[in-house]
Design a protein around this ligand. Sequence first.
Ligand code: B12
Length: 500
Amino acid sequence: MRIGFVTSHYENLGIEYLCSYIKKHGFNDLKLYFEPALFHNFFLDKNYLYENFFNFKKEILEKIKKDSPDIVAFSVISDNYAWSLEMAKKIKEIKKDTVIVFGGIHPSSVPEYVIKDGYCDFAIIGEGEEAFLELLTHLKENKDPHQIKNLAFRDLKGEIRINKPRELISNLDTLPFPDKEIFYKECKIAIQNSYTIIGSRGCMFNCSYCWNSSIKKIYPHNFFRRRSIPNIIEELEYAKNKYGIKRVTFYDEVFSADKKWLFDFASEYKKKINLPYFCCVHPYHIDEDTVKALEDSGCGAVNIGIQTTSSKLWKILNRNQNIDKIKNALSVLRKSKIYVYSNYMIGLPNQSVSDLEKDFIFSANYKSDMPAIYWLRYYPNTEILKTALKLNILNKDQIKEINESKKYLPYAITGNTFNKNYSKIANLILLSGYIPKGFADIAVKYKIYKLMPSKNLLFPAIAIMGYLSLLKGKKHNFHYLSVTDYIKIYIKYIFKKIKR
Ligand code: B12
């Protein structure tokens, strides 16, 4: 049985976990169909270069036609759902009996919408390993798959059916390590220069804008699970030997949740892996000891979520925050060699210009290397949609369109509250790591931020600040791949495209 995986933009850990799991059970004929999505990101509704020159849709469809896989499985987030639908439709036109399976965050959040659209035969909700294997086995043996837990589909009468959820995998150490082979063949640089790994699944927090607030409706308890330290170290030792990896990116939602775990991890990692790494931390867990442990073990960069300094907005975001903890976390991190991204959010329900001015003054006083600010995007079935409806930021039809995710929706970003002044302050926040404290007060008092451009400068700021920080001796300062890595990847794919 030949199984094709389709995804876009980045290496995908979900697919890698599925590959290793099904390989272990005898499904070895696996192919990857990858859209590098050059010049495309989800902050724009139109991407001229991508749409007219640099997409790989044709190449993918030609390859699929040639390989003729029996199953084509898509890993889908809401932002690439429309693309996935378009591709699924064309794959069915090539070969009608190809079984199309959608899994990942989007089908898990709104399975009924995905099945209603009618382009996939099955959607898998939540963790995919066991359900996908069961589905493949049933299809291979010509058995009726319609009782499989976690599955959504249309029954013979055309009714949408969503089967019961299965138990979560409680011991993550029982899973085989993610299989990077198909992505390594596709793009060596990505695997070697930033080996992505996840040491846990789920999250202990319940932020209203995050997809965890959607999946926790199905799995309200014991959703957060962690792998053991030896299991993580073993995966990294294997990856070091096999791929010669140079750097590690931890994709755990919150890496710093348990102090004892972190200290034990840090000492083992230093002894056995000793490569620079990136991870995400929460202000609640950061103090001098944790920072020292992170720093000593090779942590080169962290992402710390502030989101807003307004306690009124913390309630809307359902974030458990404390301003003194945030101040302390930023102050101790600043004294270290770790490159610090502090994340802020803009376009929140009830967020005023004055709230953002305060965030700006705060970030100029409690500096990080890169105060990154992101527009709130309303995602399907997240808790914050309820707030947006209550406050008339979105109406019911707009929420339906967000859940459908079939087209680019300007109001999915920030609801209907977009304001140019917000963008201007946001751009000033991006620079606040370099703005003297006293000047921040003046900039607010005289509204100097109105002189800033309103175009989103986030990506150029991340690139420029990243390189500037080399002067401060901070060498491992990107989340994932460096700008130089991206340039290499772009050159590779542009050549590929031109060669055709
Ligand atoms: C790592 C990560 C990234 C990485 C890489 C993403 C990638 N493609 O691998 C980076 C930093 C680049 C990134 C970027 C973005 N991300 Co991101 N990211 C994550 C994060 C933190 C972890 C994902 C992960 O690797 N999990 C580990 C694997 C093992 O789990 P998994 O992917 O869920 O896969 C399991 C199941 O879902 C299922 N499954 C997955 N695919 C499939 C396919 C089939 C066929 C089947 C059967 C099952 C299945 O089985 C897997 C194994 O159990 C999640 C949050 C989260 N916890 O999920 C956000 C998340 C996926 N990201 C999100 C967003 C919005 C983005 C961006 C759009 C941000 C932006 N504005 O640019 C971009 C888009 C990138 C893209 N095209 O993929 C949102 C998506 C929300 C939504 N409703 O779609 C999430 C959920 C964050 C959130 N808090 O809400 N992201």
